[in-house]
Design a protein around this ligand. Structure first.
Ligand code: SF4
Length: 341
């Protein structure tokens, strides 16, 4: 039955699961306060997939070839009892009895208190978003009063419990935090943390994206290479989103995620499940496929599986490759905070 491939022969390998649409920060490139202010109506509890529902669907996806499950949000650590879900997912195995990878992307604000329980629950990979070390720049990017130290404490706690290598994602926005690139590199070099710089993306329709605000991967690498010479490193696997670079002096590794200037759609193996049970075949999709209704309507696994196979088989998304061809692009795009990055 698998691997299930789409119209561009890309296999279904990764499932990103959003477990909440809520967040305790308002990062300007993801959840700008103007759009997600105090009157914004978030999903109600009954609308969210329960942990048993998520696990049942995840088991079904693993049966179709998915090898990595990544939990995201909003902020996934806001979802009460998320460790219980991780325990359930960590028990899933592929057809050769190998456990699937269970990863999580967090803003790190709740991580220091939860690192232990996440590790004990079976989490295998952790990514923390951190866009600056300077308090002022961090405030500008996150539009929140959270202290940078809280996120750094979370990263240290995750490393201490063995959730290594911790990856740190930094979205770079021109005129706001490109000055943080070298301070972040200096802070995390030699620490075992893998720092990844992300080109500012036109996700959703609320973050005011302009191409002029994009600091390109090439600019980022040149800036780092001048201070700390780099050499390219082969990908860990086909479809790895970040391009890997290592410090020539052995100081560790960094990555760049260049969706704007070096599109990687040709290797995209990711499907996204929203917290209310809709499937999205691309981060820049404009509509999702409702799986919650048939699931709650009592449909059996075989029929649910056929729905997923049919959806993926007709998939042709390659938004980033088409980004510069305005005629080929959807006008309304789903918000990243709803389906996870
Ligand atoms: S733009 Fe869409 S198809 Fe391309 S890599 Fe991103 S999620 Fe995949």
């Amino acid at each position: 039955m698998y691997p299930v491939t789409d119209t561009l022969q890309r296999p279904l390998r990764d499932l990103r699961i959003s477990v909440t649409d809520r967040c305790n920060m308002r990062c300007t490139y993801c959840m700008p306060r103007e759009a997600f202010g105090k009157n914004f109506v978030f999903l109600q509890r009954a609308e969210l997939l329960g942990f048993e529902e998520i696990t049942r669907l995840a088991r079904l996806f693993v049966g179709l070839g998915v090898r990595k499950l990544r939990l995201s949000g909003g902020e996934p650590l806001l979802r009460h009892g998320v460790e219980r879900l991780i325990e359930q997912l960590a028990r899933l195995e592929d057809d050769r009895g190998r456990p699937v990878e269970v990863a999580l992307t967090t803003n790190g604000t709740l991580l220091a208190a939860k690192a232990h329980s996440l590790k004990d629950a079976g989490l295998t990979r952790l990514t923390v978003s951190l866009d600056a070390l300077s308090a002022e720049v961090f405030r500008k990017m996150s539009d929140s009063g959270v202290a940078v130290g809280r996120v750094l404490d979370g990263i240290a706690a995750a490393q201490a419990v063995g959730l290594a290598p911790v990856k740190v994602n930094t979205v770079v926005k021109r005129g706001v935090n490109e000055g943080e690139i070298l301070p972040l590199v200096r802070h995390f070099r030699l620490s075992g943390v893998i720092l990844r710089f992300i080109e500012f993306m036109d996700v959703g329709t609320t973050n005011g994206w302009r191409l002029d605000d994009v600091v390109t991967a090439q600019e980022i690498l040149e800036r780092i290479d001048r201070a700390h010479p780099l050499r390219p490193v082969d990908p860990n696997y086909v479809g790895e989103v970040a391009k890997r670079w290592a410090f020539v002096d052995g100081g560790g590794e960094i990555g760049v995620i260049a969706s704007v200037t070096q599109a990687f759609c040709h290797e995209c193996t990711r499907l996204r499940l929203s917290t209310d049970g809709r499937l999205y075949t691309c981060l820049f999709a404009n509509e999702g496929y409702d799986l919650r209704s048939p699931l709650r309507g009592g449909e059996g696994d075989q029929h649910l599986r056929e729905r997923v196979v049919a959806l993926w088989s007709r998939r042709g998304d390659r938004y980033s490759q088409l980004r510069h061809d305005a005629t080929a692009l959807p006008v309304k795009k789903i918000e990243m905070s709803y389906i996870g990055g």
